[in-house]
Design a protein around this ligand. Structure first.
Ligand code: 6PG
Length: 244
């Protein structure tokens, strides 16, 4: 099994911005993941992109939770806020078209099976739309990924349906363990592996075990990433288990 390349850095947010700029070919597509780590990366990324002198570029999402775009759990809300006033083509995964969609997005706490079925259909609809949107945009330059303590990346959770989806580029998914709530829309591994460069960012001591297993072990969802042109960018706390 080919091993992932990794970089241990004391200034992960700044190094992230530098790597993105180095790989954002002119007019390229950059996709960002959600979660908490990304929140530390957005300000330095915004500074790096503000200095970027290449062609106009697009920023979109690796995955999204099925919530209203003004909900604190929305990945796009955090991305678009963090990159505020930057000049780029915005490619959010969720754009409400009708009042029905707005209500279904708002119904995320409703346990009713009919609502859950309708939300799943809505997620699949958004996934299909995003697939067409991304197909229009080339080159697929850089994709940023997080790493969950269970080894998931994007919204590709252990034992979840989307892990075996080799035909779609974007799909509906959810975490069967319910450790990561809400229906999701996510790129699949075939889509992630099409990017010219993949950067996985993990920081903090709680990621040390999963980073060690990602780099030296196997059997995690993250191991479906093509190790070629994939870089793990980690801080010293997350790198505790790595032998240099
Ligand atoms: C999501 C994210 C998810 C995240 C990882 C790591 O929507 O939850 O896209 O894949 O990147 O769970 O999250 P942290 O950086 O918060 O640990």
């Amino acid at each position: 099994m080919a091993q992932f390349q990794y970089e241990i850095a004391d200034d992960v947010p700044d190094r992230f911005g530098t790597h993105v700029i180095e790989h954002l070919s002119d007019g390229g597509l950059l996709l960002l993941s959600g979660g908490h780590t990304i929140l530390e990366l957005l300000a330095p990324l915004r500074s790096s992109l503000a200095e970027y002198s290449g062609q106009p570029f697009a920023i979109g999402q690796v995955d999204e939770r099925l919530v209203p775009s003004d909900d604190d759990r929305s990945n796009w809300m955090h991305i678009s806020t963090g990159l505020d006033a930057l000049d780029y083509l915005q490619l959010p995964m969720i754009t409400c078209h009708t009042p029905t969609e707005k209500q279904l997005l708002a119904d995320c706490e409703t346990p009713d099976s009919g609502v859950l079925e309708a939300r799943t259909a809505l997620a699949n609809g958004y996934a299909k739309r995003y697939e067409f949107l991304l197909a229009e945009y080339q080159p697929w330059s850089v994709v940023h990924l997080g790493l969950g303590t269970d080894g998931h990346t994007a919204s590709l959770f252990p034992d979840s349906l989307a892990l075996s989806n080799r035909s779609s580029l974007v799909t509906y998914n959810r975490d069967p363990s319910n450790a990561n709530p809400l229906e999701r829309i996510t790129l699949t591994f075939p889509a992630l592996n099409r990017f010219q460069f993949r950067i996985v960012v993990a920081t903090g001591p709680d990621k040390a075990a999963v980073v060690e297993r990602a780099i030296h072990g196997d059997g995690l969802p993250i191991h479906s990433l093509d190790p070629t042109n994939t870089l793990f960018l980690v801080d010293r706390d997350a790198a505790q288990g790595l032998t240099s």
